[in-house]
Design a protein around this ligand. Structure first.
Ligand SMILES: [Ca+2]
Ligand SMILES: [Ca+2]
Length: 218
């Protein structure tokens, strides 16, 4: 789902590590039994015995519920941070309650598993009063939030996990239809923020460069 490790993933990955250690042991034993065989034939023998060689995490991971109502309501965008906490853009205003002053009932929450059982047990409201935030991604110690017509930068500077910086990074994202705005923001390996936008389009500036996406033109 995402480019970082979730609490649930990390929790279940411990099982995968144990399983991998057992597989390595089986590989050693089988190699000792058949020192004349190379790795490919050894793994073929192990597969005949039921070992899933080369299919480690895909085979061993499974999905489990991390959080649900009332801790989180109508999540529309998710991002896991480096501490295994889930940041959620939640919107009860979506899709029909877009406000002219862009103040509403929506929040950015931090959902945290503090006791290692893989389930959220702590909820912190990072930002509130938002109105239909549609995505978020981490950048420069804070989060970039798609909040049409703007992209906002929200950051906590005093350690209470509540945003005290709010800046408008770009503006110009179309507001004609809340279903068709910017979404799926991702911090790319190339240091660019990647995302999608639907037919609500964009006309504005990014990094000082004038840009437009359909239905608009420059
Ligand atoms: Ca927990
Ligand atoms: Ca703060």
């Amino acid at each position: 789902m995402d480019n970082s490790i979730s609490s649930t993933y990390a929790y279940r990955a411990k099982e995968a590590d144990v399983w991998e250690a057992k597989l390595k042991g089986a590989l050693r034993r089988k190699s000792n039994e058949h020192p004349e065989l190379g790795y490919a034939k050894i793994t073929r023998l192990l597969k005949q015995e039921g070992w899933q060689v080369g299919a480690r995490n895909v085979q061993r991971l499974r999905r489990e519920l991390f959080a649900s109502e009332p801790d989180v309501i109508n999540p529309i965008g998710l991002a896991w941070d480096e501490r295994g906490r889930l940041w959620v853009a939640e919107t009860v205003d979506y899709p029909n309650e877009m406000t002219p002053n862009r103040v509403g009932n929506d929040k950015i929450k931090i959902l945290e598993d503090t006791d290692g059982d893989g389930k959220c047990d702590k909820v912190t409201v990072f930002a509130e009063g938002l109105n239909i935030p549609t995505s978020l991604t981490f950048s420069r110690g804070g989060v970039i939030v798609a909040h049409v017509p703007d992209f906002l930068f929200l950051k906590d500077t005093d350690g209470d996990d509540k945003a005290d910086v709010r800046e408008v990074l770009t503006t110009g994202w179309g507001t004609s239809d809340t279903h068709a705005g910017p979404s799926n923001l991702r911090y790319g390996f190339d240091n660019w923020i990647w995302g999608t936008v639907g037919y609500s389009g964009f006309r504005g500036e990014v990094g000082g460069i004038a840009l437009a996406f359909k239905p608009y033109s420059l």
